[in-house]
Design a protein. Structure first.
Lengths: 118, 405
């Protein structure tokens, strides 16, 4: 597998096919004498903006802590629970429980559900 | 039979969806100031759109990827965020112009100044988005948009000199006001090759569950629909060339647009113009709001589909809600919709390469398209479109300064 081509920026979906975000980063484990190994997939605003500039990532992280909606960012998805297909990366997790949808859930509860017809 | 119905609906959708405030305004000003001389710019824009829309539909049918999704995957987050900011800002201006267009149509009908209508119009657009399924937005407004065919009937009724119309199909140098001529040519291209059109089209193909069997349908819809759409724009230009110069008008105020169909149909021409302007702008406003929400959701990997309830796609729904509110506020504070339209068409033209260049890379990627990658001919045409878009992008701002009027 070519990680950048077949995994980075791909759509990540949970075991029910629900979108969780896109793969914003990959975490590697380096051990002496061994090949590097992917351990986790990163998703979330902090990981995204770090790719533009590390300081932007830090700024987004400070804002995130102040707002307090998202508990963990980047959200880390274990690599061993994920499979990369032609279109998306599928993980054996529940999207709503993973932390990847904290903003989605917050907006749904605090704003969207208060509007008639939602 | 089902395919035939799809093709008919697709063509109708394209005709109804093609014409909007930008194409009406730029075509009307071009006709008023340069007669039939700028018809070639509309035809050139139409040809470019046919090729881009066909590619947007093909990638969706083969790979189930939309153009924004593929751009994020192949060009990374940094390019995607650049595209989102540029296309987002330009689309916001275009959306505000469309809301302004609807408000102007209501002002023509009621006499009440346009800005009073900004929030009610914004609310109606939002309500249609909030409650309506994709089919209502895509096909409902576009079917109503068929009323814009009245421009073609009007142009025929006015009996133009068809030989002069044909001559206008070939580029020629103007006898006066060169900067203005080229500015209008560039604005027409900006109005025709709107990124929202092909982003919306690829999302629509995914929403409608297109697959490989739809490749033929896609070609027919792209070619016929966009051609008919261009013909309606040409009809607006012909009418403007016949109606405005004898009255010494330059279509530099929206109130003058009311005259476009009056010579052909009398009082009913006025009614048809109001209905055409209002419905064309409503259709475009819905498409642009949806396109911006699609763009953000597809790039960030959120849940998106106009066929789901807002509660199931909170972020997607928030994006179009905020965008519509912002667009309505721009008109509410009294920004002149005509100036805004001209400015937004120029900005669209200036930023075209940002959204068109990725086509060449994505459409040649076998990972997405397998054996359906671009042919040499389509690549050559796309390359020409990119070159054209780059030249247009370079000259738009200087031309706006010297020929923006």
């Amino acid at each position: 597998m070519k990680l950048v081509r077949d995994c980075l920026d791909k759509q990540l979906v949970d075991k029910h096919g629900k979108p969780m975000g896109r793969v914003d980063g990959l975490i590697f484990e380096w051990s002496p004498g061994k090949q590097p190994r992917v351990t986790e997939v990163e998703i979330g605003a902090v990981a995204q903006w770090r790719r533009v500039h590390p300081r932007l990532g830090d700024l987004v992280d400070r804002v995130r802590r102040r707002i307090g909606v998202v508990k963990e960012d980047p959200c880390l998805i274990p690599w061993k629970k994920s499979v990369s297909s032609a279109i998306e990366v599928v993980t054996d997790m529940e999207a709503e429980k993973s932390g990847a949808l904290d903003w989605e859930i917050w907006l749904r509860k605090k704003i969207i559900m208060k509007i008639p017809g939602a | 039979m089902k395919k035939l119905l799809e093709i008919s609906l697709g063509i109708v959708t394209s005709i109804g969806g093609f014409l909007e405030i930008g194409s009406i305004t730029t075509a009307a000003q071009a006709g008023a100031e340069f007669g039939f001389q700028l018809i070639w710019a509309i035809l050139l824009g139409g040809i470019c759109v046919i090729f881009l829309v066909e590619q947007a539909g093909r990638i969706a049918a083969i790979s189930r990827h939309t153009i924004p999704g593929a751009i994020r995957e192949r060009f990374g987050f940094n390019y995607f965020i650049f595209l989102l900011v540029i296309v987002g800002l330009v689309s916001l201006l275009v959306l505000a112009s469309e809301i302004g267009g609807i408000c102007i149509a209501i002002e023509m009908a009621t006499g009440i100044r346009f800005w009073w209508w900004a929030l009610p119009v914004g609310f109606v657009i939002w309500l249609l988005m909030w409650k309506g399924p994709f089919s209502l937005i895509e096909k409902g407004t576009s079917l109503l948009g068929l009323i814009t065919v009245s421009f073609i009937v009007g142009a025929v009724v006015m009996r133009p000199d068809w030989l002069s119309v044909l001559r206008g199909s070939v580029p020629s140098l103007p006898s006066h006001d060169q900067a203005r001529y080229w500015f209008l040519a560039v604005s027409i291209l900006g109005a025709s090759i709107s990124p929202y059109l092909f982003f919306f089209y690829s999302s629509g193909a995914v929403e409608d569950h297109w697959d490989e069997n739809y490749l033929g349908v896609n070609k027919v819809i792209a070619a016929s629909g966009m051609s008919f759409g261009s013909i309606i724009s040409v009809a607006v230009l012909i009418l403007a060339a016949l109606v405005f110069p004898p009255r010494g008008l330059k279509a530099d105020e929206y109130s003058q647009l009311a005259l476009l169909l009056q010579d052909a149909f009398g009082y009913w021409g006025f009614v048809l113009l109001i209905a055409s302007l209002g419905i064309a702008c409503l259709g475009a406003a819905l498409e642009i709001s949806l396109e911006l929400a699609y763009l953000a959701a597809q790039g960030f990997g959120w849940n998106w589909s106009k066929n789901q309830r807002p509660r199931d796609e909170a972020r997607f729904s928030i994006v179009y809600t905020l965008i519509i509110l912002l667009g309505a506020i721009i008109i509410l504070v009294g920004v002149d919709p005509l100036q805004l339209t001209i400015l937004s068409m120029a900005f669209t033209a200036a930023t075209l390469p940002v959204s068109i260049v990725p086509f060449l890379f994505v459409m040649n990627d076998r990972y997405y398209l397998e054996q359906h990658v671009n042919s040499t001919f389509t690549n050559a045409v796309t390359l020409v479109i990119i070159l054209l878009a780059s030249v247009v992008a370079l000259v738009t701002i200087p031309l706006h300064i010297f020929g923006g009027g």
